[in-house]
Design a protein around this ligand. Structure first.
Ligand code: SAM
Length: 285
């Protein structure tokens, strides 16, 4: 590993995701004390700095100039400078610029100090009422239909809670795709505009969510969105889903018990024996 004998430090500084008050004392102090701030958008960060009366030098570091600007920042760090990294909102590097810079600093053994602070995914998760024990963060749902659907399909049996970022433009289509590729009955939560005027956190099964979103245009005409999807739950051995029961009933009108069970278990991907036990019990009654 290359190692620089430098006192330079890169500070990763989370900023508010809406409400300007959501910033730590330490973040404001650090914004004041660093030698310069690398910001995703200078104009945007200036609003924050003015609000907290911070005067400092800003340079831009965004997805279009990330490599070039990172080299400049590293040069300054090697000179011993303290540099703050901020994005437009939330934690830098999390679906925001900065990964290249952080990776370079790590490989050069340049010190990085990350400050804790706002992150839309974690804030939404904390209020979702969906299990927080194990979760996976998938960033933005892909915009291309096929890529999005393939990804959702691959996550159908993901048992951890799944977190996506989404925009108001695609939310309806994404919920339709979740219904189609995951399950219309899967429970999910939409957290919109957290910490802002039009904030809501709403949970429902996927098909009910689609209905709710369409029911009132105010439900999906604005804002930034986090989608939290409940993880896949394996049916317990003896559990038979409602859908399987209704399939079984229909088939049973025209087929033998054995045939009905076999076909139903294939359609609904459930164990034949469990279904058979269930069916026998029902028919005995
Ligand atoms: N680095 C940020 C973080 O720590 O959350 C994420 C930046 S990413 C470019 C922006 C996306 O985060 C938005 O499109 C939205 O999906 C989500 N997001 C950001 N702020 C939000 C908020 N106040 N409410 C809901 N979602 C938000």
């Amino acid at each position: 590993m290359n190692s620089f004998n430098t006192t330079g430090i890169l500070y990763i500084i989370p900023t508010p995701i809406g409400n300007l008050s959501d910033i730590t004392y330490r973040a404001v102090e650090t914004l004041k004390n660093v030698n310069l701030i690398a910001a995703e958008n200078i104009y945007h960060t200036n609003i924050l700095l003015q609000h907290y009366n911070v005067k400092n030098i800003l340079i831009s570091l965004n997805k279009n100039n990330e490599k070039k600007q990172s080299h400049y920042v590293i040069k300054k760090l090697k000179e011993g400078k303290k540099i703050g990294l901020v994005s437009d909102a939330g934690t830098p590097v999390i679906n925001d610029p900065g990964y290249f810079l952080v990776k370079q600093c790590r490989s050069l053994n340049i010190k990085i100090i990350p400050l804790p602070g706002p992150c839309a995914a974690i804030t939404a998760l904390s209020a979702s009422g969906i299990s927080t024990n194990r979760f996976c963060y998938e960033g933005f749902l892909p915009s291309k239909k096929k890529v999005r659907c393939d990804l959702l399909k691959s996550l159908k049996k993901e048992t951890r809670t799944i977190i996506f970022y989404e925009s108001k433009h695609r939310i309806l289509q994404s919920i339709k795709d979740i219904i189609e590729k995951i399950d219309e009955n899967r429970y999910l939560v939409i957290a919109r505009e957290i910490t802002k005027k039009w904030e809501y956190i709403y949970g429902a099964k996927a098909n009910e969510m689609l209905f709710w979103l369409k029911e009132d245009k105010n439900h999906c005409n604005k804002g930034e969105i986090v989608i939290i999807i409940d993880g896949f739950k394996e049916l317990k051995n003896k559990d038979v889903s409602e859908k399987a029961i209704s399939t079984l009933k229909i088939l049973r009108n025209v087929l033998s018990l054995k045939q009905s069970v076999l076909i139903t278990s294939k359609i609904h991907e459930i164990k034949k024996n469990n279904l058979y036990q269930y069916a026998i019990k029902k028919e005995d009654k």
